[in-house]
Each structure stands twice: as structure tokens, then as C-alpha cells.
Ligand binder design. Structure first.
Ligand code: DX5
Ligand code: ZN
Length: 222
């Protein structure tokens, strides 16, 4: 049986002048983990945040910090992120020629390892690593920016990963990231995703953070 639904608000869409308050607000609204998007201007076009922001988030919440590394050579920076409080570290298969080694490095550093697939990368690329990770992140947009449109062609890959997990890793979390809102959430959950990253649809919601979190959870069927 697949693990329960988890909501991971992405602070990329938060108001950074009051980051602590925004994290407290999603926590009070029932967030399960805080998603932090690290971009280097090389693997992806945009530059965002580094360990300093993870350290600040650590002081604002006791929730797990879910750090999504969109950077080249992530192995050079994993220790720095774990030292300041990252609990889950996601690395892109497209940036890791020695993925098994990098996954081991994350676990040995004391964090939970996760691997990420860009929209064009097939499920088979992570088949052999599934027994060694706790989560697979399926990008449902091209990484680099918040507020992009969900790519529905990624749905069959989610189903394929959930099928592979039945024999290779029954407790595997499958996370989705990009364009997740009350309209797309039921689709990704129906295909086997259980960890929903959402930035714009939570922090940008006109109805407010609490109502947006409730709407997303209800749309996800939980
Ligand atoms: C995109 C990031 C996402 C982003 C999602 O590169 O990995 O985590 O914050 O933003 P929304 O939910 O606005 O699509
Ligand atoms: Zn992300």
C-alpha cells in the first residue's frame, strides 16, 4: 500500500520579507514538509537560495526540510545543506553520473535521499536506484521557475514508478513538483503520487494560505 498524502509547500513562492511567518502559517495549516528550491544558474537558468536560507528555515519550523537541488555537481554541496538542517535531499539524475554514490553520500550525511526526473527523463533511469532511496520526485514542469503550467504527459511516468515500487521499494514516496493545484492534484494522486509540492497555489492564493492548503488536501482526497 502506498504511503499517505503529504503536502510540501514550496517557499519559492513565499514572501521573503517575512519568510519565518509564512513558514509558520503553512505549518499551522497542516503542511507535512517544507520544500526548498536551490537553483544555481547553470543546471537551471535561475539562481535562488543556498544553505543560508535552509538555516533560516530550520529556525522557523520543526517540520522536515525537503531540499531540492537543481545544481550541477550536487555532491560538492550536500554536507553543507545537511549541516544546516536539511532532512530530505533530492538530486537530479541528469546531474549525477555516479548516482548510487551520491545517494549513499546523502544517507551517510544523515539525510533521506531522493532522486529527481526531469519531464523528458524516463522512469527506467531510476529503476536500479529505487531500493536505495526514500523518494522519487517527478518534475511536472521544467525546473527553474515557479508558476508554470503542469505537463500532463508526465502522468504515465508516475504510474510506472508506482508499479515499479511495488516490488523494488513498497514504502517509496513519489513526489510531484510544478503546477500542482486543486485541479491537477487529483490526477497525480490517481496515478500514484503521494507527496505534493505546491508554491503558487498555496503562497499566491487569493483565498489565503489556510484555505489553499485545505482545498489542496481535499482535492487530493485526504
Ligand atoms: C520549479 C520548482 C518548484 C516550484 C513549483 O523548478 O522545483 O518547486 O516552486 O512552483 P509552482 O507550484 O508554482 O509550480
Ligand atoms: Zn522543487
Amino acid at each position: 500500500m502506498a504511503p499517505g498524502i503529504r503536502i510540501a509547500p514550496s517557499i519559492l513562492a513565499a514572501d521573503f520579507t517575512r519568510l519565518g511567518e509564512q513558514i509558520a502559517e503553512v505549518e499551522a495549516a497542516g503542511a507535512d514538509q517544507i520544500h526548498i528550491d536551490v537553483m544555481d544558474g547553470r543546471f537551471v537558468p535561475n539562481i535562488t537560495m543556498g544553505p543560508l536560507v535552509v538555516q533560516a528555515a530550520r529556525r522557523a519550523t520543526r517540520l522536515p526540510l525537503d531540499v531540492h537541488l537543481m545544481i550541477v555537481e550536487p555532491e560538492r554541496h550536500i554536507p553543507a545543506f545537511v549541516e544546516v538542517g536539511a532532512n530530505i535531499i533530492s538530486v537530479h539524475v541528469e546531474t549525477c553520473p555516479h548516482l548510487h554514490r551520491t545517494v549513499q553520500q546523502i544517507r551517510e550525511a544523515g539525510a533521506s535521499p531522493s532522486v529527481v526526473l526531469n519531464p523528458h527523463s524516463p522512469a527506467v533511469l531510476v529503476q536500479e536506484i529505487l531500493p536505495f532511496v526514500d523518494m522519487v520526485l517527478v518534475m511536472t514542469v521544467n525546473p527553474g521557475f515557479g508558476g508554470q503550467a503542469f505537463i500532463p504527459e508526465t502522468l504515465p511516468k508516475i504510474r510506472e514508478l508506482r508499479r515499479l515500487s511495488a516490488t523494488l521499494n513498497p514504502t517509496l514516496h513519489i513526489q510531484v513538483d510544478g503546477g500542482i493545484d486543486p485541479h491537477t492534484a487529483p490526477q497525480v494522486v490517481a496515478h500514484g503520487a503521494n507527496v505534493l509540492v505546491a508554491g503558487t497555489s498555496i503562497f499566491g492564493a487569493e483565498s489565503g494560505i489556510g484555505a489553499a492548503m485545505a482545498a489542496l488536501r481535499s482535492a487530493a482526497g485526504q
